[in-house]
Design a protein. Structure first.
Length: 406
């Protein structure tokens, strides 16, 4: 197995800039011809957008913009020139937001990350990302094909069956959220089933240092990537484990949250991504995530820009157990019950597992009467605490993250 996925990872800054000077104007011109960008990219000369710094002149595309565009022109809001039936897959994320997907070689650019994890021909990957509506499962399956690995499309849940399959099939690598691997390992241990997993490629949630250390103690090297349903892989860890290396198929900017203005080098800001995928040219797409640029190249020899990884949300939207919980979902919960004055979702950790607690201001009542609404609106089960009216802080927060990312 070669050290690098392809020669693009070790290009000189000059070679990368030279290539970008050709591909970026082409991508901007592509976007200008799309209905979804009508009125937003008008007046900009695509040929003059040749480097990362030039992008700051263009508007930012936000998830809310995408939702409105898709409402007017289903399913992709005019942000692609291809018809929906021309794509291999169509996915639905919370919102709902619809994303296209392809099956051509490494369409989501996840192969680069899996290669960095040491996954390749001869490996069997237990893919525990969801295959139901959302694209995560297919994103990682497509990446596994790009590196020549076989896939057990396990999805989520049914842990006893997952542990049995991992043993029987001889799984060597895991792909999924950081927490769930531990659940499988513990279940296999409980069942007396020895496993052969030595590599883990995780995403969809924070990889806490203590959990990574536990996996290392069990003989598993665990690396994480930063990817989204809209963009595919954005950045990934290598064996150096010093920040995340930006993928060669995207351009990352760090901007002041709520604006399109780049922050000073090293400052924390919102991650804005321009993808070079000609099938789905998202220009300056605001992820809502916070990160910061790290100085210098990675010690592993990959030369593209590094970021510090996921450092929280620019808004209150929070990822819990691999699922986004948004302020509008909390509002929907409150609206369902006249007896609820206010509600707050609190994300915390117990051991190596995310915990969601929902504090509800109400005049009495039992937690059980709200359990169904919590699951339906927040898409997760959690603890429910009834507190007296006026108990929650008057700070405008409806989602609070108490987890430590140090």
């Amino acid at each position: 197995m070669t050290q690098y996925f392809d020669p693009l990872e070790t290009r000189s800054p000059e070679a990368r800039s030279e290539a970008l000077a050709q591909t970026l104007p082409e991508q901007i011109a592509r976007a200008q011809g799309l209905t979804g960008y009508a009125g937003t990219l008008d007046g900009f000369q695509a040929a003059r957008i040749t480097e990362v710094g030039d992008l700051a002149r263009l508007p930012v595309l936000r998830k809310s913009d995408m939702g409105r565009a898709q409402g007017n022109m289903a399913p992709f809001g005019g942000l692609t020139s291809r018809a929906a039936h021309d794509f291999s897959h169509i996915f639905q994320s919370p919102g709902p937001i619809y994303e296209p997907g392809g099956t051509s070689l490494d369409w989501w650019r996840m192969g680069r990350f899996l290669h960095a994890c040491g996954v390749g021909r001869g490996d069997i990957v237990q893919n525990c990302f969801s295959y139901h509506l959302v694209p995560a499962g297919m994103i990682f399956e497509n990446g596994a094909r790009a590196v020549g690995a076989a896939v057990l499309p396990a999805g989520t849940g049914q842990t006893e069956l997952q542990a049995r399959a991992a043993h029987d099939v001889g799984i060597t690598a895991y792909a999924g959220t950081p927490d769930y691997l531990k659940v499988i390992l513990d279940k296999a241990e409980e069942m007396g089933l020895p496993l052969r997993i030595t590599k883990a490629a995780v995403g969809g949630g924070a990889l806490f240092p203590s959990l990574r250390a536990e996996y290392a103690d069990r003989g598993i090297t665990c690396l994480q990537c930063y990817a989204t349903a809209d963009l595919g892989n954005i950045a990934y860890e290598s064996a150096a484990m010093e920040g995340m290396i930006v993928d060669e198929g995207v351009i990352v900017e760090i901007v002041t949250p709520g604006t399109g203005n780049p922050v000073a080098p090293g400052e924390v800001g919102e991650v804005v991504v321009t993808t070079l995928n000609p099938d789905y040219p998202l220009i300056r797409f605001a992820t809502g995530d916070l990160s910061a640029v790290m100085a210098g190249p990675s010690p592993c020899g990959r030369t593209n820009m590094r970021i510090k990884g996921w450092m929280g949300r620019a808004d209150q939207t929070t990822k819990i157990k691999g699922m986004f919980v948004r302020p509008e979902q909390v509002a929907a919960l409150v609206a369902r019950h006249d007896s609820i004055a206010r509600a707050r979702v609190i994300a915390s950790r117990e051991g190596e597992t995310d915990v969601m607690t929902v504090r509800i201001e109400a005049e009495g009542g039992e937690a059980e009467q709200f359990a169904g609404s919590v699951t339906e609106t927040l898409k997760l089960k959690g603890r429910i605490e009834i507190v007296p009216p006026g108990s929650l802080p008057n700070d405008g927060k409806v989602i609070e993250d108490l987890r430590s990312y140090d």
